[in-house]
Design a protein around this ligand. Structure first.
Ligand code: CDP
Length: 219
């Protein structure tokens, strides 16, 4: 079974999906973390040209695991879970995610996982491009001000020097890039249920989605 939650950065997809996974006792899959991992590896390899990067990428043993509300990412034995959240990675991730080769790699990785377990996954194009036959699709959104405030609060630990304005600028430019890229842009699927989280508490948005899941999937 696969439930997908798409939406722009900071709309609350990831934290909501984690909570849903825990309450329904299923796995959580963070597609953005996979794009961030590729971006981190590209930066760590000194930003090689695309062809070189996709030649060396298959040599990387990329492993993911969800436990204790954290989506762990490991590359060749290194735990890169917190490295992939840096502002530097955020600045390059939409570029890397616009490469069709990166999308093919991440999509294949996710489809392999979903064959083995029940998942709730969050991303940009899961309901449209990756899992068009998902059991249930949500599209989460919120105002840019609210999304920037949430993300800023989250980044205080990993990046104490970043400002609210920088976070807002990053969200704005990623929204732009994600919506306008040629390869699988951020887009609401026709059959996705829209959840606007502006002004809602975390518990309210989780409850709303859980109720819909239970009703539609008879869980
Ligand atoms: O958590 P946040 O919304 O900041 O972003 P993320 O989910 O970690 O995703 C980081 C970036 O990966 C996004 O800005 C997109 O450029 C890209 N991405 C994508 O293209 N397709 C997905 N399914 C998920 C993420």
């Amino acid at each position: 079974m696969i439930i997908v939650i798409d939406g722009p950065a900071g709309s609350g997809k990831s934290s909501t999906a984690r909570e849903i996974a825990d309450r329904l006792n299923i796995q959580f899959l963070d597609s953005g973390a996979l794009y961030r991992a590729l971006t981190f590896l590209w930066i760590r390899n000194n930003k090689p040209d695309k062809a070189t990067f996709f030649e060396i990428l298959p040599e990387t043993d990329l492993k993911t695991e969800y436990r204790n509300q954290t989506f762990f990412v490991n590359a060749n034995g290194d735990d890169i879970t917190s490295d992939i959240r840096s502002h530097n990675v955020a600045n390059y991730v939409s570029k890397v995610a616009s490469w069709p080769e990166a999308r093919a790699f991440v999509n294949q990785y996710m489809r392999n996982l979903v064959q083995k377990n029940a998942y709730v996954a969050d991303g940009r194009d899961l309901g449209t491009a990756v899992f068009p036959d998902a059991n249930l699709k949500f599209y989460m959104d919120a105002s840019i001000e609210e999304r920037a405030r949430r993300r800023f609060a989250e980044m205080k630990n990993s990046d104490p020097n970043v400002t609210l304005e920088e976070v807002k600028d990053n969200l704005r430019s990623r929204d732009q890039a994600d919506q306008n890229r040629k390869a699988d842009p951020l887009k609401k699927a026709n059959d996705a249920i829209v959840i606007d989280t502006t002004g809602k508490t975390f518990e309210e948005q989780v409850q709303e989605i859980i109720l819909i899941i239970k009703e539609k999937l008879k869980l």
